[in-house]
Design a protein around this ligand. Structure first.
Ligand SMILES: [Fe+2]
Ligand SMILES: [Fe+2]
Length: 168
């Protein structure tokens, strides 16, 4: 594997595990506020991000590259409101999209074709991740501080049962 590309993919593995940790911290915050539906949704999202990290972990090993796991930054665990949690989640997903785009561009420049093929899955996944986060944020913006409506959204989030991860 091209060493620049390998190092960039290792950075992305770290980013995915960091996202997993970040969503887990959000889940903890929501559960303490007794928003059990949101907490469940965020726990599943944390698991989904872990799967993203593992997908790249497996890919690097399949390419006979060395996985280089790095330290994970401490996630923030306090938020102004339930809505603020999802506002932050959306901003974070948009940041990850930029990372994936940059990584894809690097692979293109380095003619790392197998890596481009692998990253296509992540490009598609980020479209979905942003779409889902944007829909949730839109609901919170609509209902503002209406407690009954917020509880409805929490219940709706709690209906999530699966991770929408890759077919691996
Ligand atoms: Fe991800
Ligand atoms: Fe994500």
């Amino acid at each position: 594997m091209n060493t620049t590309v390998l190092s960039a993919i290792n950075e992305q593995i770290n980013s995915e595990f960091e996202a997993s940790y970040r969503y887990l911290a959000m889940a903890g915050f929501c559960e303490r506020q007794k928003f059990m539906g949101a907490a469940k949704w965020l726990r599943l999202q944390s698991e989904e991000e872990r799967q993203h990290g593992l997908k790249l972990f497996d890919f690097v090993l399949a390419r006979d590259g060395a996985v280089d796991l790095k330290a994970i930054d401490q996630p923030s665990a306090s938020f102004d409101s339930l809505a603020a949690v999802f506002e932050q989640a959306l901003v974070h997903e948009q940041r990850v999209t930029v990372e994936i785009n940059t990584l894809y561009e690097l692979c293109f420049k380095e003619k790392s074709f197998a890596e481009m093929a692998e990253l296509q899955w992540f490009l598609t996944e980020q479209v979905e991740e942003e779409k889902v986060a944007r829909e949730i944020v839109a609901k919170f913006r609509l209902v503002k501080n209406d407690p009954a409506a917020i509880l409805d959204i929490d219940r709706e989030l709690g209906a999530r049962t699966t991770i929408m991860g890759p077919a691996r």
